[in-house]
Design a protein around this ligand. Structure first.
Ligand code: MG
Length: 312
Protein backbone atom coordinates (compact mmCIF):
# COMPACT_ATOMS: atom_id res chain seq x y z
CA UNK A 1 0.00 0.00 0.00
CA UNK A 2 1.23 3.46 -0.84
CA UNK A 3 1.86 5.71 2.12
CA UNK A 4 -0.39 8.77 2.00
CA UNK A 5 2.54 11.16 2.17
CA UNK A 6 4.26 9.38 -0.73
CA UNK A 7 1.06 9.73 -2.75
CA UNK A 8 1.07 13.43 -1.87
CA UNK A 9 4.53 13.84 -3.43
CA UNK A 10 3.65 11.76 -6.51
CA UNK A 11 2.53 13.33 -9.76
CA UNK A 12 0.31 11.93 -12.49
CA UNK A 13 -0.35 12.63 -16.16
CA UNK A 14 -1.58 16.18 -15.49
CA UNK A 15 0.09 16.91 -12.13
CA UNK A 16 3.64 17.77 -11.11
CA UNK A 17 4.04 18.61 -7.44
CA UNK A 18 5.80 21.69 -6.09
CA UNK A 19 7.87 21.46 -2.91
CA UNK A 20 8.84 24.71 -1.18
CA UNK A 21 12.58 24.43 -0.48
CA UNK A 22 13.32 25.66 3.04
CA UNK A 23 9.92 27.30 2.67
CA UNK A 24 10.49 29.71 -0.18
CA UNK A 25 14.16 30.63 0.15
CA UNK A 26 14.17 32.81 -2.94
CA UNK A 27 11.63 35.25 -1.56
CA UNK A 28 11.41 34.89 2.24
CA UNK A 29 13.90 34.00 5.00
CA UNK A 30 14.72 30.32 4.65
CA UNK A 31 13.54 27.77 7.20
CA UNK A 32 11.30 30.32 8.92
CA UNK A 33 7.67 30.08 9.99
CA UNK A 34 7.10 33.25 7.95
CA UNK A 35 8.40 31.42 4.86
CA UNK A 36 6.30 28.33 5.55
CA UNK A 37 3.16 30.41 6.05
CA UNK A 38 3.83 32.16 2.75
CA UNK A 39 4.18 28.85 0.90
CA UNK A 40 0.95 27.56 2.36
CA UNK A 41 -0.83 30.84 1.55
CA UNK A 42 -0.09 30.43 -2.18
CA UNK A 43 -1.56 26.95 -2.34
CA UNK A 44 1.59 24.85 -2.05
CA UNK A 45 1.09 21.95 0.33
CA UNK A 46 4.54 20.35 0.34
CA UNK A 47 7.35 21.82 2.42
CA UNK A 48 11.01 20.86 2.61
CA UNK A 49 13.11 21.96 5.60
CA UNK A 50 16.17 20.94 7.62
CA UNK A 51 16.40 19.72 11.21
CA UNK A 52 19.30 19.97 13.68
CA UNK A 53 19.29 19.32 17.45
CA UNK A 54 20.23 21.90 20.09
CA UNK A 55 22.35 21.10 23.13
CA UNK A 56 19.17 20.41 25.12
CA UNK A 57 17.93 18.12 22.32
CA UNK A 58 15.30 20.41 20.88
CA UNK A 59 14.92 19.76 17.14
CA UNK A 60 15.09 23.12 15.40
CA UNK A 61 14.68 24.07 11.77
CA UNK A 62 17.94 25.34 10.34
CA UNK A 63 20.21 24.17 7.56
CA UNK A 64 23.73 24.20 8.95
CA UNK A 65 25.29 22.76 12.07
CA UNK A 66 26.79 26.15 12.73
CA UNK A 67 24.60 29.22 12.64
CA UNK A 68 25.25 30.65 9.20
CA UNK A 69 26.84 34.06 9.68
CA UNK A 70 25.58 35.53 6.44
CA UNK A 71 21.96 35.16 7.51
CA UNK A 72 21.95 35.04 11.31
CA UNK A 73 22.17 38.16 13.47
CA UNK A 74 22.84 38.28 17.19
CA UNK A 75 20.96 40.39 19.75
CA UNK A 76 23.15 43.34 18.68
CA UNK A 77 21.57 43.05 15.19
CA UNK A 78 24.96 42.34 13.65
CA UNK A 79 25.58 39.35 11.40
CA UNK A 80 27.64 36.61 13.07
CA UNK A 81 30.76 37.61 11.26
CA UNK A 82 33.45 34.97 11.71
CA UNK A 83 32.12 33.49 14.96
CA UNK A 84 29.48 31.00 13.97
CA UNK A 85 28.44 28.97 17.05
CA UNK A 86 27.54 25.33 16.70
CA UNK A 87 23.83 24.61 17.20
CA UNK A 88 24.68 21.56 19.33
CA UNK A 89 26.57 23.82 21.74
CA UNK A 90 23.58 26.13 22.35
CA UNK A 91 20.45 25.68 24.41
CA UNK A 92 17.07 26.54 22.97
CA UNK A 93 16.86 29.70 25.06
CA UNK A 94 20.10 30.86 23.42
CA UNK A 95 18.90 29.97 19.92
CA UNK A 96 15.87 32.17 20.51
CA UNK A 97 18.11 35.23 20.77
CA UNK A 98 19.07 35.13 17.10
CA UNK A 99 17.31 36.80 14.18
CA UNK A 100 17.18 35.18 10.73
CA UNK A 101 15.10 37.83 8.97
CA UNK A 102 17.84 39.26 6.77
CA UNK A 103 20.61 38.16 4.43
CA UNK A 104 24.00 39.83 4.39
CA UNK A 105 24.30 41.16 0.85
CA UNK A 106 28.08 41.47 1.20
CA UNK A 107 28.39 37.70 1.19
CA UNK A 108 28.28 35.31 -1.77
CA UNK A 109 25.37 33.50 -0.18
CA UNK A 110 23.45 36.72 0.32
CA UNK A 111 24.05 37.65 -3.30
CA UNK A 112 22.51 34.38 -4.48
CA UNK A 113 19.07 35.54 -3.32
CA UNK A 114 18.66 39.16 -4.33
CA UNK A 115 14.87 39.02 -4.12
CA UNK A 116 14.63 37.75 -0.57
CA UNK A 117 12.48 39.98 1.65
CA UNK A 118 14.36 41.55 4.57
CA UNK A 119 12.66 41.44 7.95
CA UNK A 120 13.38 41.95 11.62
CA UNK A 121 12.35 39.71 14.48
CA UNK A 122 12.30 36.39 12.62
CA UNK A 123 13.30 33.54 14.95
CA UNK A 124 14.80 30.13 14.23
CA UNK A 125 11.76 27.86 14.59
CA UNK A 126 11.47 24.71 16.60
CA UNK A 127 10.28 21.66 14.68
CA UNK A 128 7.26 21.71 16.96
CA UNK A 129 6.38 25.23 15.75
CA UNK A 130 5.98 23.95 12.19
CA UNK A 131 4.04 20.92 13.42
CA UNK A 132 1.71 23.25 15.27
CA UNK A 133 1.22 25.40 12.17
CA UNK A 134 0.24 22.51 9.92
CA UNK A 135 -1.98 20.94 12.54
CA UNK A 136 -4.55 23.65 11.92
CA UNK A 137 -7.68 22.28 10.25
CA UNK A 138 -7.09 24.33 7.08
CA UNK A 139 -3.66 22.72 6.59
CA UNK A 140 -4.64 19.05 6.86
CA UNK A 141 -3.49 18.40 3.28
CA UNK A 142 0.04 19.66 3.99
CA UNK A 143 2.85 17.09 3.90
CA UNK A 144 6.43 17.46 5.04
CA UNK A 145 9.84 16.55 3.65
CA UNK A 146 11.82 16.55 6.90
CA UNK A 147 15.54 16.57 6.17
CA UNK A 148 17.74 15.15 8.90
CA UNK A 149 21.15 16.78 8.86
CA UNK A 150 24.21 14.71 9.76
CA UNK A 151 26.55 16.29 12.24
CA UNK A 152 30.02 15.88 10.70
CA UNK A 153 31.46 15.63 14.24
CA UNK A 154 29.21 12.66 15.05
CA UNK A 155 29.65 10.56 11.92
CA UNK A 156 31.19 7.71 13.93
CA UNK A 157 29.11 8.20 17.10
CA UNK A 158 26.43 5.61 16.51
CA UNK A 159 24.60 6.20 19.80
CA UNK A 160 24.33 9.94 19.16
CA UNK A 161 23.02 9.30 15.65
CA UNK A 162 20.42 6.85 16.96
CA UNK A 163 19.41 9.47 19.50
CA UNK A 164 18.90 12.21 16.89
CA UNK A 165 16.63 9.92 14.90
CA UNK A 166 14.72 8.85 18.03
CA UNK A 167 14.11 12.42 19.22
CA UNK A 168 12.77 13.51 15.83
CA UNK A 169 10.58 10.44 15.32
CA UNK A 170 9.16 10.84 18.81
CA UNK A 171 8.14 14.41 18.00
CA UNK A 172 6.59 13.37 14.68
CA UNK A 173 4.54 10.70 16.44
CA UNK A 174 3.45 12.96 19.29
CA UNK A 175 2.25 15.53 16.74
CA UNK A 176 0.24 12.80 14.99
CA UNK A 177 2.13 13.44 11.74
CA UNK A 178 3.60 10.03 10.94
CA UNK A 179 1.32 9.76 7.89
CA UNK A 180 2.18 13.28 6.69
CA UNK A 181 5.96 13.25 7.01
CA UNK A 182 8.81 11.86 4.94
CA UNK A 183 12.18 11.37 6.61
CA UNK A 184 14.68 12.70 4.12
CA UNK A 185 18.50 12.83 4.08
CA UNK A 186 21.76 12.63 2.18
CA UNK A 187 22.95 10.34 4.94
CA UNK A 188 21.87 6.85 3.95
CA UNK A 189 23.09 5.46 7.27
CA UNK A 190 20.79 7.81 9.14
CA UNK A 191 17.91 6.80 6.87
CA UNK A 192 18.60 3.14 7.69
CA UNK A 193 18.21 4.03 11.36
CA UNK A 194 14.94 5.81 10.56
CA UNK A 195 13.69 2.69 8.81
CA UNK A 196 14.57 0.49 11.77
CA UNK A 197 13.12 2.83 14.37
CA UNK A 198 9.99 3.75 12.40
CA UNK A 199 9.27 1.22 9.65
CA UNK A 200 5.89 2.87 9.06
CA UNK A 201 7.35 6.27 8.09
CA UNK A 202 8.65 6.40 4.50
CA UNK A 203 12.21 7.48 3.80
CA UNK A 204 13.47 9.72 1.04
CA UNK A 205 16.99 9.57 -0.40
CA UNK A 206 18.89 12.65 -1.53
CA UNK A 207 21.63 12.08 -4.08
CA UNK A 208 24.17 14.15 -5.92
CA UNK A 209 26.81 12.97 -8.34
CA UNK A 210 30.29 14.20 -7.60
CA UNK A 211 30.61 15.37 -11.17
CA UNK A 212 28.00 18.08 -10.52
CA UNK A 213 28.90 18.80 -6.91
CA UNK A 214 30.78 22.04 -7.56
CA UNK A 215 27.68 23.68 -8.93
CA UNK A 216 25.85 23.44 -5.65
CA UNK A 217 28.71 23.72 -3.21
CA UNK A 218 27.01 24.48 0.08
CA UNK A 219 25.99 21.25 1.68
CA UNK A 220 28.46 19.61 3.99
CA UNK A 221 26.01 16.74 4.52
CA UNK A 222 27.20 15.23 1.28
CA UNK A 223 30.26 14.12 3.24
CA UNK A 224 28.13 11.24 4.39
CA UNK A 225 26.39 10.37 1.14
CA UNK A 226 27.63 7.26 -0.68
CA UNK A 227 29.84 7.69 -3.72
CA UNK A 228 27.37 7.07 -6.53
CA UNK A 229 29.46 8.06 -9.52
CA UNK A 230 30.38 4.45 -10.24
CA UNK A 231 26.77 3.32 -10.21
CA UNK A 232 25.18 5.80 -12.60
CA UNK A 233 22.04 4.26 -14.04
CA UNK A 234 21.51 2.04 -11.03
CA UNK A 235 20.79 4.66 -8.42
CA UNK A 236 17.01 4.14 -8.42
CA UNK A 237 17.65 0.44 -7.75
CA UNK A 238 20.00 1.25 -4.89
CA UNK A 239 17.44 3.58 -3.35
CA UNK A 240 14.75 0.94 -3.67
CA UNK A 241 16.97 -1.76 -2.17
CA UNK A 242 17.70 0.56 0.77
CA UNK A 243 13.97 0.80 1.44
CA UNK A 244 13.37 4.21 -0.12
CA UNK A 245 10.00 5.50 -1.22
CA UNK A 246 11.36 8.69 -2.78
CA UNK A 247 14.48 9.39 -4.76
CA UNK A 248 15.60 13.02 -4.73
CA UNK A 249 18.43 13.60 -7.18
CA UNK A 250 20.12 16.91 -7.96
CA UNK A 251 18.24 18.02 -11.06
CA UNK A 252 21.32 18.13 -13.28
CA UNK A 253 22.07 14.48 -12.58
CA UNK A 254 18.84 12.98 -13.83
CA UNK A 255 18.14 11.35 -17.20
CA UNK A 256 15.14 9.94 -19.02
CA UNK A 257 16.48 6.45 -18.31
CA UNK A 258 16.59 7.18 -14.57
CA UNK A 259 13.01 8.38 -14.60
CA UNK A 260 11.87 5.32 -16.56
CA UNK A 261 13.66 2.98 -14.18
CA UNK A 262 12.29 4.76 -11.12
CA UNK A 263 8.78 4.42 -12.57
CA UNK A 264 9.30 0.71 -13.28
CA UNK A 265 10.23 0.01 -9.68
CA UNK A 266 7.65 2.31 -8.13
CA UNK A 267 9.88 5.11 -6.85
CA UNK A 268 8.61 8.67 -6.60
CA UNK A 269 11.13 11.17 -8.04
CA UNK A 270 11.50 14.68 -6.58
CA UNK A 271 14.33 16.78 -8.07
CA UNK A 272 16.14 19.64 -6.27
CA UNK A 273 16.68 22.62 -6.31
CA UNK A 274 15.20 23.95 -9.54
CA UNK A 275 15.00 27.74 -9.77
CA UNK A 276 15.51 28.88 -13.39
CA UNK A 277 12.73 28.79 -15.99
CA UNK A 278 14.79 26.74 -18.48
CA UNK A 279 15.55 24.15 -15.83
CA UNK A 280 11.95 24.09 -14.63
CA UNK A 281 10.86 23.43 -18.22
CA UNK A 282 13.41 20.65 -18.57
CA UNK A 283 12.07 18.95 -15.43
CA UNK A 284 8.50 19.29 -16.71
CA UNK A 285 9.65 17.70 -19.99
CA UNK A 286 11.12 14.80 -18.00
CA UNK A 287 7.84 14.60 -16.11
CA UNK A 288 9.31 14.19 -12.66
CA UNK A 289 6.87 13.69 -9.81
CA UNK A 290 7.88 16.78 -7.87
CA UNK A 291 10.06 19.87 -8.23
CA UNK A 292 11.80 21.22 -5.13
CA UNK A 293 12.35 24.96 -5.56
CA UNK A 294 13.34 28.17 -3.80
CA UNK A 295 10.81 29.98 -6.02
CA UNK A 296 7.48 28.14 -5.81
CA UNK A 297 5.77 30.98 -7.68
CA UNK A 298 8.02 30.52 -10.72
CA UNK A 299 7.27 26.80 -10.87
CA UNK A 300 3.55 27.48 -10.43
CA UNK A 301 3.73 29.88 -13.35
CA UNK A 302 5.44 27.41 -15.72
CA UNK A 303 3.15 24.54 -14.74
CA UNK A 304 0.13 26.75 -15.12
CA UNK A 305 1.24 28.05 -18.53
CA UNK A 306 1.83 24.50 -19.71
CA UNK A 307 -1.48 23.15 -18.46
CA UNK A 308 -0.30 21.22 -15.43
CA UNK A 309 -1.63 21.20 -11.88
CA UNK A 310 0.43 20.91 -8.70
CA UNK A 311 -2.22 19.95 -6.15
CA UNK A 312 -5.33 17.80 -6.00
MG1 MG B 1 17.28 20.49 2.87
Amino acid sequence: MTHPQVAAFSGDASTIRIVGHRGARGVLPENSIEGFEFVLSIGIDLIEFDVVLTKDEVPIITHNHRLHGCRVRGPDQRFLDGKEPKVASLRMEEIEQFDIGKLNGDTAYGQRFPYQIQMDGVRIPKLSDLFQLISQPKYQSVNLMLELKSDPDLVSDDAARERIVAVVIDLVRKAGLSTRTLLHSFDWGLLAKCKRQAPDIPISFLTRMKSNADEVGEDSSTLVTPDLDDTAGCIPDRVKEAGGSLWCPYYKDITNEDIARARDIGLCVAVWTVNEFDDIDAMIDLHVDAIVTDYPGKVQRRLSDRGYRWTG
